[in-house]
Design a protein around this ligand. Structure first.
Ligand code: ZN
Length: 405
């Protein structure tokens, strides 16, 4: 969502407000001035940077002043890598999420440890050490930290390999978190990408458990029939007013996984309205002109099956993913490796958004979001939606309204 810069006229009106302690009048003025829900939420949480007046992404520092301004001071020498690091840095809300490019001369006592599948591992001392705190307007580091260095031999394909691992690690992390939630007999209830926190270092975490509740509790939904959610991630049975179950979380997982694979938010180019809700009930699912390895697509298809009973339980889901990529040993199943190679070739040949494959990198993707594509929770109140079913042909469902695809 780019920079969080408000117009000067707006800043002039709100710059003296205490974002954490707004008066009633100030609150209603904010509601009037900041229309974007995401921005409003960020403003209320973090306030404005008092240097550049942008809405802060995290409470502690201004990502623009502190991080973006520093982009000119480092480069890996590879654009793809630079963009990837920059993007993760801009999203960082905590110190440990700030991924950095480190020059080799910042390491000392480099010693060989082992040779692995993708490269060689060394141990070393990182003289400066990782950022561990932000204090007095500067980063604090824990100096002379012991670290492992991994040497990747073929840097071009290794970049791709590395980013691919990241995607699988994210899926793993999310499935693991969901497994934890379901094991406790809970339902997440508001499962969408906005609630996934990815540190891009190791894994991804599920957050915002505000609506999380026991599976055996008859939901508030039954009493007043109100459903809140982010439309693209809400299962068709829930859109029709049926109870939200653990299987509805699994549906959300399918959509999230598709998004992780393709790098594009679901239905980003259409309005999130009753028409879309109807099409989802008729079997529409996110689909872009981009190939996903069949083994992974099979899992996604099961997750977003129209019939909740056909969706896998979270344990099965977790095991299927682990079968494709073993998080512990960081090894891919040879079958998925073959399929990844295959789809990479097809995707490279097709003119998909005229960028490099998003399975390799989401950094270079650019796309226009429909003004009525809304990715924050809102009241979903649809009447007379058709009985959910699966459809074999997405294209038929897109209709004239989506002919731009
Ligand atoms: Zn700033």
């Amino acid at each position: 969502m780019g920079e969080f810069k408000l117009s000067d006229v707006i800043i002039e009106q709100i710059k003296d407000f205490n974002h954490r302690n707004l008066t009633k009048e100030q609150k209603s003025l904010i509601d009037k001035l900041i229309l974007n829900e995401e921005l409003k939420k960020r403003y209320k949480e973090n306030g404005l940077c008092n240097v550049c007046n942008r809405i802060k992404i995290c409470i502690f520092w201004c990502n623009y002043c502190l991080i973006q301004q520093n982009f000119k001071n480092w480069t890996s020498g590879n654009n793809e890598v630079d963009e990837f690091i920059q993007k993760t840095q801009l999203k960082a809300k905590y110190c440990h999420q700030i991924m950095e490019w480190i020059e080799y001369d910042r390491f000392e006592n480099v010693e060989y440890l082992a040779k692995g599948g993708f490269g060689t591992v060394f141990k070393a001392i990182w003289k400066d050490g990782p950022i561990c705190n932000y204090y007095n307007h500067q980063w604090k580091r824990s100096n002379n930290e012991k670290i492992a260095l991994k040497c990747l031999h073929n840097s071009r394909s290794m970049t791709a390999q590395f980013l691919k691992e990241k995607k699988f690690q994210s899926m793993h992390g999310i499935a693991y978190g969901l497994k934890d939630i379901h094991k406790k007999g809970l339902i997440h209830h508001d499962f969408h990408c906005g609630n996934i926190l990815s540190d891009f270092i190791d894994s991804a975490y599920i957050t915002d458990l505000g609506l999380c509740q026991p599976a055996n509790v008859k939901t508030f939904q039954d009493s007043n029939k109100k459903i809140y959610g982010v439309l693209p991630y809400v299962a068709p049975e829930v859109l029709r007013g049926k109870e939200y179950t653990q299987a509805s979380d699994i549906y959300g997982f399918g959509i999230i996984t598709y998004e992780i694979c393709t790098g594009l938010p679901p239905y980003y180019d259409v309005a999130h309205d009753e028409f879309l809700a109807m099409k989802i009930c008729q079997g529409l699912r996110p689909k872009i002109n981009y190939r996903i390895p069949q083994l992974l697509l099979d899992i996604i298809n099961q997750c977003w099956d129209a019939n909740p009973l056909n969706r896998p339980k979270v344990n099965e889901l977790y095991d299927s993913l682990r079968n494709l990529y073993n998080y512990g040993s960081r090894k891919f199943n040879p079958a998925i490796v073959e399929q990844i190679k295959e789809v990479d070739k097809i995707n490279e040949d097709s003119s998909y958004l005229s960028t490099s494959s998003p399975f390799l990198s989401t950094c270079t993707l650019s796309y226009m979001t429909h003004p009525q594509a809304i990715y924050t929770s809102k009241l979903l109140d649809f009447k007379n939606l058709p009985e959910p079913k699966n459809s074999n042909d997405n294209n038929d469902l897109l209709g004239n309204k989506y002919s731009g695809n």
